[in-house]
Design a protein around this ligand. Structure first.
Ligand code: ATP
Length: 479
């Protein structure tokens, strides 16, 4: 297997995503809108599989977690209470000629400086010391702090619109509903509220494909615990490990994942402790996920700003304000890192004879080594030849029955392909990460000896009887 240079890998992946219908630039025909991307048919399948896997582990398989779906537009006071209107900010510098703004920490990181321990003032000093210029080569201003919330106006009458923000994180949609969940579901501590949904940030320099965008989806659990140090620590450690195991379950090589604890000064305004799960991207170790000990920050602030009690009443009648352990990550980053990790090139050729090539010919192949449960298509069904009606009919019959039978085990993404020769079909499916290709040949028809199932990673083919096919596939796909 060959290792692609890091830079080329990202480029190759972006091209593959466009070519094969995973991800397109947002508003592309109008020249694109920076920081936005659209998921195509295969990207939508992959993204849904990732989000469903999250929901399954964090909500469905547990008794103590409630899933909700809150509004994107929220009352402006929410963001005052949460501290975002003052504290949700990044250190920015401005190009003195073009007036374009850049993140000071990003420019320094690009120059090989670790900014994790730096204050805004220190960043300014470092930039001066290095005589740093803007990417356009011009003088820069001193770093200043800038608000990332995206503003919107609601109301029908021009000039009388109410100004609101699109939510900058999905977290607050959960906390403002804490009281509603207490009153409607009567949960006992500890319990959690989970949500998957869009968030918007006016990122100054979006970039690295899906890594830093202005509109993205988050998957978050806010877990409420009794406010004492021992319980907080225990739950924090539990959710930290749980989150890492979830990330590994995407099929990512564990060597490319690590924990990093935030230094005190880089912690968000509310955090008692904060760790990130980082992924080793072609552009360095980057945040994939955050696990934060938020203390009672959110509940007490909403209580203060709304005047509504956010207390939990114990069976003894004692009122307490729970602490919050948050585990939060971007679906788009999970999507990107899963694809980066799965992107593989090899020169499978030894088995090429059965794939429409002469045995022994070496040919470069690109494939996505995606976990079968995450792959957009799980199974592709082919008739060996397109121009033999009996083969096509049998293949269609098996395709239809697989769609119905596999869906009973929660498996979706069964596709039919009879275009080009079998070798080309394998390459096409490899490139989009389809783990199993089922071929119907003359022996299937004449001798009833079943079908061949070809494995994406090894290229090996196995004969599986028609009656065992569904259980064979379920055994390989369901995790
Ligand atoms: P960063 O330091 O990379 O800007 P953050 O610390 O601001 O991220 P959080 O506020 O903790 O991120 O958000 C939780 C998660 O949401 C992040 O771990 C990341 O996966 C995702 N996320 C945050 N900002 C973006 C963005 N602009 N584009 C894509 N995903 C994002």
């Amino acid at each position: 297997m060959t290792e692609k240079s890091d830079e080329n890998k990202m480029e190759a992946l972006v091209a593959l995503c466009k070519r094969r219908g995973f991800v397109f630039q947002g508003s592309e025909i109008y020249g694109g809108l920076a920081g936005t991307w659209d998921f195509g048919p295969l990207g939508t399948l992959l993204n849904n599989n990732i989000k469903n896997y999250w929901w399954k582990r964090f909500v469905e398989e547990r008794e103590d977690i409630y899933g909700i779906d809150a509004s994107i537009l929220m009352h402006p006071r929410v963001w005052e209470a949460s501290g975002h209107t003052e504290g949700f900010s990044d250190p920015l510098v401005e190009d003195k000629i073009t007036h374009k703004r850049y993140r000071a920490d990003h420019l320094l990181e690009d120059a090989g400086i670790d900014t994790h321990n730096m204050s805004v003032k220190e960043m300014g000093e470092k930039m001066r010391e290095l005589k740093m210029k803007s990417p356009a080569g011009n003088e820069l201003t001193e770093p200043k702090v800038f608000n990332l919330l995206v503003a919107a106006g609601i109301g029908a009458v021009e000039g009388q619109k109410e100004s609101v923000y699109l939510r900058g994180e999905i977290t607050q949609g959960v906390h403002v509903n804490f009281k509603n969940i207490l009153d409607s579901m009567h949960p006992k501590l500890p319990f959690g509220i989970a949500q998957v949904g869009k968030a918007f940030r006016n990122e100054i320099v979006p970039g690295n494909f899906l890594f830093r965008v202005r509109e993205f989806e988050q998957m978050e659990l806010q877990y409420y615990v009794r406010p004492n140090a021992e319980e907080g620590k225990k739950q924090y450690e539990f959710w930290k490990e749980f989150s890492m195991n979830w990330y590994k379950g995407l099929g990512i090589n564990p060597e490319n994942l690590r924990f990093r604890q935030h230094e005190e000064h880089e912690r968000a305004h509310y955090a008692q402790d904060a760790w990130d799960i980082e992924y080793k991207t072609p552009f360095g170790w980057k945040e994939a996920w955050g696990i934060h000990h938020r203390g009672d920050w959110d509940l007490s602030r909403h209580q203060q700003y709304s005047g509504i009690s956010m207390e939990y009443v114990e069976d003894t009648g004692t009122k307490i304000t729970p602490w919050i352990i948050e585990t939060s990550g971007g679906a788009g980053r999970a999507f990107l890192f899963t694809l980066l990790d799965a992107y593989t090139e090899d020169d499978m050729g030894a088995t090429a004879e059965g794939e429409g090539k002469t045995a022994g010919t070496k040919e470069k192949r690109v494939f996505l080594k995606l976990a079968p449960s995450i792959a957009p298509y799980k199974v592709a069904v082919f008739p060996l030849l397109k121009n033999k009606p009996a083969l096509v009919e049998k293949a269609r019959e098996i395709f239809t029955s697989l769609k119905i039978e596999l869906s009973k085990s929660g498996i979706q993404g069964i596709t039919f392909d009879d275009n080009g020769n079998i070798g080309k079909r394998y390459r096409r499916q490899d490139e989009i990460g389809t783990p199993f290709c089922v071929t119907i040949d003359f022996e299937t028809l004449e001798k009833g000896t079943g079908v061949t199932v070809r494995d994406r990673d090894t290229g090996k083919q196995e004969r599986v009887s028609e009656k065992d096919l569904v259980s064979w596939l379920v055994g390989k796909i369901v995790r």
